[in-house]
Design a protein around this ligand. Structure first.
Ligand code: KIV
Ligand code: ZN
Length: 518
């Protein structure tokens, strides 16, 4: 166990918005079941508040997931985001009605440009709406957070007036976001300090930071806000989120742990679960984690150069935290085709995964098939396999059979595909001059007609000692009506990986009701 405790005055509450701000970024859409899985892990990991979605009346998907997460969360507060519109606030309240501890989070923009151009409202109209929205939310829920969207580009006098009014109207948390990722740590520190000093009732609430990463300063800014008195950090696993993303949960948590000497704050996060959380979020969103990402990237604890390796052997001289403290693998067990499920469970534990018995049995079937085809199975292969298992657990479409051919002497490349959808077999055939991958995708569209647009097709080799031992990992993004989903599937055969990845993304579109079957 690696959970901290300390004085309440130094307690920094972790507000995770992976399922709301994180899910908002293009391609990171999660299915209902995936959101439940992520929420369960966040709750177990010690996240204090889970922002589960934006359950506006026109967003029934989010409504149902916020409601279900509220019913299931054991210790975390479950929070619903809402605009300042009365109907939206009422819907947010309805979504968290069954939560053991619920929160309504209402926001409105307060910066001059946003008020004038986005809201087309005068500052006085916005001010009135701050009061009425917070009052309405507070009548429906005892825990209300108010956010001044684009706070860092808001005139300070107006910001202080709005904050004071929101507190009087019943807000219990005040969030001052750096919505555009524009602030420097000095700006952000100064804003919190001024607001806390100038607003007479500021001691009645908890202040919160919410930083975007457009200039790569979201972690530094979040910590600057904490040093200026904020005691809640809004962040996401792997830093996913709008544009360049939000502050990474793992970075802010570990910065406060490792640098206790200058950041003497604590959180309730079980840090050994950080790697597992990162892998789960990467698997369900199909967003790869940058290799050199702090804390959770695969190179975060790797030592390549001779000098560094020597230093590590002599006394871990190039390490400021241990891989174990964040649940990263120390890669001791080698897996081969004779390995059984006990070894697999241990290996998965090392890699940061905890799976149930049924999931383990499914993984073993796929592992044996892979080991039979691929002689040596690397940690990266196992990670790909588990990620797929997690992502595919809810896929409605499965690949049944695929036949393809390509011929440089004139005949058009073609694909003949057979799929299972909800247990029913459907077939498709297509040929095209554009190559065999296009033929596969066309054949899928013949079998399951849909208007999905292919936005991204990326192939990457999963590292192995030689090309013949490598697997191809295919990352696909499909979109319909501006809403996009991603999938990532690995297979020793690039064409099979392409077909499976396309089908996995199509399953997500089906799950969102953007493709209809039958
Ligand atoms: O970035 C932002 O301002 C937000 C608010 C809705 C809190 O995400
Ligand atoms: Zn945001």
């Amino acid at each position: 166990m690696s959970v901290q405790t300390g004085d309440e005055a130094d307690h920094v509450y972790i507000f995770d918005t992976t399922l709301r701000d994180g899910e908002q970024c293009p391609g990171a859409t999660m299915t209902h079941d995936e959101k439940l899985e992520v929420a369960e892990l966040l709750d177990n990991m010690g996240v204090d508040i889970i922002e589960a979605g934006f359950p506006a009346p026109e967003n029934q998907d989010d409504f149902h997931s916020v409601q279900e997460i509220g019913k299931r969360a054991v210790s975390a507060v479950v929070c619903a985001l809402t605009s300042a519109k009365p109907a939206h606030i009422d819907s947010a309240a309805a979504a968290i009605k069954f939560a053991r501890r619920g929160r309504i989070h209402t926001f409105i923009s307060t910066s001059p440009d946003h008020m004038k151009l986005k809201l087309q409202m005068s500052p006085e109209e916005v001010f009135a709406m701050v009061v009425s929205s917070v009052q309405r939310a507070r009548n429906l829920c005892g825990d209300v957070e108010w956010s001044a969207e684009d706070a860092t580009r808001t005139e300070i006098d107006f910001l202080c007036r709005c904050v004071e009014a929101a507190i009087k109207a019943g807000a219990t948390t005040i969030n001052l976001p750096d919505t555009l990722g524009y602030a420097t740590p000095e700006d952000y520190y100064a804003m919190f300090k001024t607001v806390r000093e100038r607003v007479p009732n500021s001691d009645k609430v908890r202040f919160s930071v919410h930083c975007h990463d457009d200039l790569d300063m979201s972690t530094a800014n979040s910590l600057a806000g904490v040093r200026a008195g904020a005691r809640q950090i809004e962040c996401t696993v792997n830093g996913i989120g709008e544009r360049a993303g939000n502050a990474s949960l793992e970075s802010v948590v570990m910065a406060m742990r490792v640098r206790q000497d200058v950041l003497a704050f604590w959180t309730g996060i079980e840090s050994t679960m950080l790697t597992r959380a990162s892998k789960l979020v990467s698997a369900v969103t199909s967003f790869p984690v940058q290799y050199n990402k702090a804390i959770v990237g695969r190179n975060a604890f790797a030592h390549e150069s001779g000098i560094h390796q020597d230093g590590m052997i002599k006394g871990r001289l190039y390490e400021i935290m241990t891989p174990e403290s964040v649940g990263a693998s120390t890669k001791s067990l080698v897996m081969g085709k004779h390995s059984g499920s006990r070894a697999m469970r241990l290996k998965l534990g090392e890699l940061g995964y905890q799976v149930g018995d049924n999931e383990l049995a499914d993984i073993m079937v796929r592992f044996k098939a892979l080991a039979a085809r691929k002689k040596e199975v690397y940690d990266e292969d196992i990670e790909a396999l588990v990620n797929e298992e997690i992502a595919a657990a809810h896929d409605r479409i499965k690949l049944h059979r695929l036949k393809t051919a390509t011929d440089t002497s004139g005949e058009k490349p073609w694909a003949d595909i057979s799929l299972m959808i909800d247990g029913e077999q459907v077939d498709g055939f297509a040929d095209t001059e554009n190559g065999v991958v296009d033929a596969i995708f066309d054949a899928i569209r013949v079998a399951i007609p849909n208007d999905a647009k292919l936005e991204l097709y990326q192939v990457h080799m999963i590292e192995a000692e030689s090309q013949s031992k490598a697997q191809a990992e295919v990352h696909i993004r499909l979109s319909i009506d501006g809403r996009s989903v991603s999938a990532k599937v690995a297979d020793p055969d690039t064409l099979v990986a392409s077909a499976k990845s396309y089908l996995s993304a199509l399953s997500k579109l089906l799950g969102k009701g953007l493709v209809v079957w039958p």
